[in-house]
Design a protein around this ligand. Structure first.
Ligand code: ZN
Length: 85
């Protein structure tokens, strides 16, 4: 699974609406990709804050901003080469 695929499924994962197979693939990606781990963690916390204030859904613009910030990070990482195994 690529970072772009991970990010595409991330909100579904956090909403708990993924099928088991995709969920396992996401968790597998999380176990080696630090960038996506951070995004997942940050998004989860953001959702919790929204949930506390009775707003369950993340606003579209926030999703978009998170995604582009992470994609930029991933591009940088590619230039430097893989850092994790
Ligand atoms: Zn990733």
């Amino acid at each position: 699974m690529k970072c772009s695929e991970f990010l595409h499924e991330l909100t579904n994962y956090l909403d708990g609406v993924l099928d088991e197979k995709t969920k396992v693939e996401l968790e597998n990606h999380l176990s080696w990709c630090h960038n996506c781990y951070v995004v997942c963690d940050t998004t989860k916390k953001t959702i919790e804050i929204y949930r506390d204030s009775q707003l369950y859904e993340l606003p579209e613009d926030l999703r978009g901003r998170l995604r582009s910030a992470i994609m930029a990070k991933c591009q940088q990482q590619k230039k430097r080469g893989p850092q994790s195994v």
